[in-house]
Design a protein around this ligand. Structure first.
Ligand code: SAH
Length: 346
């Protein structure tokens, strides 16, 4: 449960070094403890075997190590694993391991619940309770990396921020978690293997561009027509496509990183030629590719996956316009682990 003591992993490496110096020890001790906290994912001070007993006692008096606990693990018939993860204050988020022949991908959450209102997404029905801390995001990745080694005999290869929450509404912590995931003192993963998925918050996309981040950006577009997009993603009223477009152009000018658009085609919503044409036009503003993803029904049946004909029309039209398009099938549906299904049942 929540404690009055500070979570030691909220400290930066410099702050940790300073703490030891202020307590009459060497700055180097801070490096050692930092390594235990991140690279070695120690869950207790006792585990820090190269730190003296007195120092460990002193740390225990001042700090706690908050860490997640995998509360429940479910395995799908297709190999997908879903973790229900308990946070230090008892709240639950979900993360998913998606295995393929060549890679294993972690899909992680960035918030408890979500403040956005996408009508087709199960998570949007949960109130946003709070942002995840950097260590809570990091720990989800570590847990999935361990499962990948255990069940698939190989380390985790990719990370997508496509779980619960809107990563750019928890910007600072998400970037800090990526800093730890990519750092040699953390997991040492390449940022090229990380994708942050956003429903499109223009101001934050620009901010990220200014920081010249090295990870990939995916945007959940679903429609390139304002009225349609607002009808399924009401926050689009406040962040219209014109602003999004401008931010994405800026992103590309700064990072030279191609953008991925995630797109579901629904019957009677965005399945006409006019919808595809608007998408083709939108794709011209910055180098991009389109990922057509399958709709994963959430309980009420208001949305229906479009016919194969409509998907084919999208694919052909995009290809005819030299836009890279992939049509992706969902994984883990039987355990509600597919896109947009997280928190369906819990
Ligand atoms: N908030 C972020 C990340 C979480 S959603 C974002 O919006 O990008 C991850 C992806 O799943 C998004 O592309 C989202 O649009 C999509 N998604 C949400 N609900 C879905 C559903 N029921 N079926 C298929 N994809 C869905």
């Amino acid at each position: 449960m929540e404690s009055a003591k500070k979570d030691i992993r909220a400290l930066t490496k410099d702050q940790l070094r300073d703490f030891f110096v202020a307590n009459g020890d060497k700055a180097f001790r801070g490096n050692q403890v930092y390594e235990w906290l991140w690279q070695k994912s120690a869950h207790s001070f006792e585990a820090m075997t190269n730190i003296s007993k007195e120092t460990r006692e002193m740390l225990k008096k001042n700090f706690v190590i908050n860490h997640i606990k995998v509360d429940q693990m479910q395995r799908s018939s297709d190999g997908t694993i879903k973790n229900a993860v308990q946070l230090y204050d008892g709240l639950i988020v979900e993360s998913v391991l998606i295995p393929t022949a060549t890679r294993t991908t972690a899909c992680v959450s960035s918030q408890v619940g979500c403040s956005l209102d996408c009508k087709f997404c199960a998570t949007s029905r949960l109130k946003r309770m709070r942002n995840l801390n950097p260590d809570e995001i990091y720990d989800q990745v570590v847990a999935i990396d361990n499962e990948s080694r255990l069940y698939f005999d190989k380390p985790l290869s990719n990370i997508v921020f496509m779980g619960m929450g809107e990563p750019l509404m928890n910007y600072k912590n998400v970037l800090q978690s990526i800093e730890k995931i990519t750092s040699k003192e953390g997991l040492g993963m390449s940022p090229k293997r990380i994708t942050v998925s956003t429903s499109g918050v223009p101001k934050m996309i620009k901010k990220m561009a200014d920081e010249e981040v090295k990870f990939n950006l995916a945007v959940s577009l679903h429609s390139a027509i304002d009225e349609v997009r607002t009808s399924i993603m009401p926050f689009n009223k406040n962040f219209p496509l014109k602003d999004l477009r401008e931010a994405l152009q800026y992103w590309f000018s700064k990072t030279k990183n191609r953008i991925t658009y995630e797109y579901v085609v629904w019957e009677g919503i965005n399945d006409t030629q006019a919808d595809v044409e608007a998408l083709v036009k939108f794709c011209r503003f910055a180098p991009s590719k389109v990922n057509i993803i399958e709709y994963n029904p959430i309980d009420d049946g208001a949305f229906q996956q479009a016919s194969n004909n409509a998907i084919d029309m999208y694919q052909k039209t995009l290809e005819a316009n030299n836009i890279t398009v992939t049509v992706r099938r969902s994984r883990g549906k039987d355990i509600d682990a597919a896109c947009g299904q997280l928190a369906n049942k819990s």
